[in-house]
Design a binder for this molecule. Sequence first.
Ligand code: GLO
Ligand code: MG
Length: 394
Amino acid sequence: MAKILVCDDDKEIVEAIEIYLSQEGHQILKLLDNEDGTYTLFVKKIKEDFIMSKFKYSVGPWNVHEGADAYGPATRETIDLEEKIKTFAEMGFDAIQFHDDDAVPNMNELSEGEVVSEAKALKAMLDKYNLKAEFVAPRLWMDPHTVDGGFTSNSDEDREFALWRAYRSIDIANALGCDKIVLWLAREGTICFESKSPVESTKKLIDAINKMLAYDKNIKIMIETKPNEPIDRSVCPTLGHAMAISATSDDPSRVGGLLESAHAMLAGLDPANEIGFALAMGKLWGVHLNDQNGMKFDQDKSFGVENLRTAFNQMKVLMENGFGNNGEYIGLDVKVMRTEKQSGSYKHLENSLKIAKMLEEKVNKFDYDFQKKCVAERDYEALEMYVMELLMKG
Ligand code: GLO
Ligand code: MG
C-alpha cells in the first residue's frame, strides 16, 4: 500500500488524480480529507502487468455484447450503458465511440431539440468518468428505412431519412464535444448488382457527404471502409476508395478514413499497408484494431490473436508516423467469443489492450540500425528472421 498526499484544496483535482491512478493500475483504498486543504489517498497496485502506452485508446458500447450471431440467440445478459462506461474507464480507456442511437436511444421518435438535450445528459455521464467521446456514427443498417441502403438507397424518402440521421449524428457529436462522425457504409452497395448503378451510387454517396460538410463547417467525416458484409459489393471498399471520395468532395481537408484491420483483410489487403497509405495522405484519423482468420465473415477477433506479425506492423506504422499526435485514438473494435460467460464480457478488451501495449513495447525494441544494415546488404532473409525472433523471444 502506498500513501499519496494531494496538496490542493480543489476536490475536482483529487477526483482527476483518482481516475488517473486507477487507469495506471492502482486501486484507491481510502481518501482522507486532512481538512487543511490537503487530501491523503491510500492506494494499492493491483495490475502488476500494467504497461505504459504512448497512445490513447477508445472503445464502443457495442464491443460488449450479448453474443447473438446470425445463427443463434444471445448467450449473455445486456449490460447497462453507464455500467459499461464505468468499466471502460476503470480499464484505462480514454474515449468512447458511439452510434447515434447508443447515445440517444429511440432518436427517431424525438425532435431535434430533444435529441440534443439527451446527448447533453450523456456528456455529463462521460465527464463523470473523465472520458471523451471520439465520434458518433449514424447506425443506418438497423432501421426499416434503410433496408436497401441509406445514402445510396433507390428510395428518395430513405435517402432523406439517412441524411436526417447523419445530421442528428453531427448534432450529437457537437453536444458530446467531439468533431468527428464515422460513416461505416454497411448497406451502401448491392446485394444484386443490377439493382443500382455503381456510378450513380458513388455520386450519391459524394453528394450526401457534401451535404454533411455544408451542414456543419467544423465537422470531420471518417469513412470506415469495408468490402462486403452485410452487403455483397460495397461502393467504398478500401481506404484508397475513401481517399478518392475525399479528394472529390467539397472539402477534402474534412473527409478522412478509419481503417479496421479485419475489413482490410476481408478485402485481401494488409491492414498495415492500408494504414500506411492513409497516413501518407494525412487522412488516417481513426483505426479499429482487431483480427480476422482469413476471408470469411467479419470476426472482430482480439487484436493480434490470428496474425501477430501484421498486428506488430500495424502498430509499427502507427508509431513511426506519429499517429495520435493530433489527438487520434486507437479504437479496439473487438467482440468477445459467444462461448464466454457473463463474467467474461470484457476479457477480449482486456486482452486486446494488453496485446496492443505489448506490441508497442516490441516496436520500441525494434533495432533500426540492424534493419538499415539488412536493407543496405539486401539481406531480407536476415531481416525477416530478426522480426520473428523479436516477436517470439520474451
Ligand atoms: C462492422 C463495423 C462496426 C463499426 C461501428 C462504427 O463491421 O466495424 O463495428 O465500426 O458500427 O460505425
Ligand atoms: Mg469497425
